[in-house]
Write a protein that binds this ligand. Structure first.
Ligand code: DOR
Ligand code: ZN
Length: 335
C-alpha cells in the first residue's frame, strides 16, 4: 500500500540555531515543502534583520532541498505600525507567547492582556498579518490552556478580521471553541495525537514525552484526534518538533520539547491508516494550511509505503520521540 502527499507542510516548527541547524533543517527540508518557523531563539526574533539573517542560515542548511521557511516574528508590545508594515512581506505570522509559558518565552506578554498588547494586535488586524498564539496562562499546569480560552474568545470577537491560530491545542475546551468563532484556527502536534499525561508521569518519569502544553487526558486526546483525522478545515498540522540535547532533557530541570520532525510523516501515515482515515492526511498536512494562510508552497511529492521503519534511538545528540520503536510506514520516494 502507498500514499502520495503533495507539498507537506509543518505549520509549527522549532529549528533552533547554530550547530543545531545541521540536524534540524535537513530533518524537515528533506520531506516537507515548507514550515512555519518559530521565533523563540535566544534572543528572540524581534527585528527585520534577525528574521532575514535567520532565514538565510536556514536556507544554507537546506540547500539542495525544495523547502520554504515561513518566518515568524516574536510579539512585542513595543512594535509600531510602521515597523510591522515594513516587515509584513518577510513573515507569515507574528507569534505571541505569554511570559514564562514555555522555553525562551520570558520576553512574552503578561496576563491579563493589556491595552498596549491590544493596540499592537489591532495593527496586525489592520495589516492582515495572522497572529499565532501560545495560549497558556501560568496557573495550574493542567488548567493553563483552558484558562486562556476566554482570552482567545475575546481576541477573536474584538478583532474579527484577524486570523488567530491557537497553537498546539491540547484540550476539548479549545477544540470546541474553534467552531464558535470564524477567525479562530488551530494547529495540532503529532505527540498530542498519541500521548496523554500518563505517558509523561503515569509510570516512570518520561522526559522525552515532556512538552508544553503538557499532554492531557484520553478524552482531550480523542477530541484532537477527531479534528485531525477528519482534516477539519480550520486545523493544520504543526509538529511542534522542538529538540533539546539529551542532557538538557534527562536533567533535574528537564527542558520541555519533543523531537520527531524526521519521522513526522511516517508517524502520521501510521496514525491515519490505523484509524482508517488515510484519505484525510493530505488535508491535514497541507491543503488546510494553504487555505488558512493563503500560501502556495513549492511542489514536492512524497510517496510513503506500508513498510516497517524503526525510529533511531538518538539523532545527533537528541533522543527522538518513540526512539527505537518500529512504525508501519516508511518514506519511499521524494521528488
Ligand atoms: O514543549 C515545548 N517546547 N513547547 C513550546 O511551546 C516550546 C518548545 C521549545 O521551544 O522547546
Ligand atoms: Zn512550539
Amino acid at each position: 500500500m502507498e500514499i502520495k502527499l503533495n507539498s507537506p507542510l509543518d505549520m509549527h516548527l522549532h529549528l533552533r540555531d547554530g550547530e543545531m541547524l545541521g540536524l534540524t533543517v535537513p530533518s524537515s527540508s528533506k520531506t516537507f515543502s515548507g514550515a512555519l518557523v518559530m521565533p523563540n531563539l535566544t534572543p528572540p526574533l524581534t527585528s527585520a534583520s534577525s528574521v532575514l539573517e535567520y532565514s538565510g542560515r536556514i536556507k544554507e542548511h537546506s540547500s539542495g532541498d525544495v523547502f520554504t521557511p515561513y518566518m515568524t516574528l516574536f510579539f512585542k508590545n513595543s512594535y509600531t505600525r510602521e515597523f510591522l508594515h515594513d516587515i509584513k512581506d518577510k513573515i507569515l505570522a507574528v507569534k505571541l507567547y505569554t511570559a514564562g509559558a514555555t522555553t525562551n518565552s520570558e520576553d512574552g506578554i503578561s496576563l491579563p492582556i493589556g491595552d498596549d498588547t491590544l493596540e499592537v494586535i489591532g495593527m496586525l488586524e489592520e495589516l492582515g498579518i495572522p497572529l499565532s498564539v501560545h495560549g497558556e496562562t501560568t496557573g495550574f499546569v493542567l488548567e493553563r490552556e483552558t484558562e486562556f480560552a476566554a482570552a482567545y474568545d475575546e481576541l477573536a470577537s474584538s478583532f474579527p478580521k484577524l486570523k488567530i491560530v491557537m497553537e498546539h491545542i491540547t484540550t476539548t475546551t479549545l477544540a470546541e471553541l474553534l467552531g464558535r468563532r470564524e477567525n479562530l484556527f488551530a494547529t495540532i502536534t503529532l505527540h498530542h495525537l498519541l500521548i496523554t499525561l500518563d505517558d509523561v508521569i503515569g509510570g516512570a518519569l518520561s522526559p522525552h514525552n515532556f512538552c508544553k502544553p503538557v499532554a492531557k487526558s484520553p478524552r482531550d486526546r480523542e477530541a484532537l484526534r477527531h479534528l485531525a483525522l477528519s482534516a477539519h478545515p480550520k486545523v493544520m498540522f504543526g509538529s511542534d518538533s522542538a529538540p533539546h540535547p539529551r542532557d538538557k532533557k534527562e536533567s533535574c530541570c528537564g527542558a520541555a520539547g519533543i523531537f520527531h520532525a524526521p519521522f513526522a510523516l511516517q508517524l502520521l501515515a501510521t496514525i491515519f491508516e490505523g484509524a482508517g482515515k488515510l484519505e484525510n492526511l493530505q488535508g491535514f498536512v497541507s491543503d488546510n494550511a494553504r487555505a488558512i494562510y493563503d500560501i502556495d508552497p513549492p511542489p514536492k511529492t512524497v510517496v510513503l509505503e506500508k513498510k516497517p521503519f524503526t525510529i533511531p534511538k538518538t539523532c545527533g545528540g537528541v533522543v527522538p520521540f518513540l526512539g527505537g520503536s518500529t512504525l508501519e510506514w516508511s518514506i519511499k520516494e521524494v521528488s
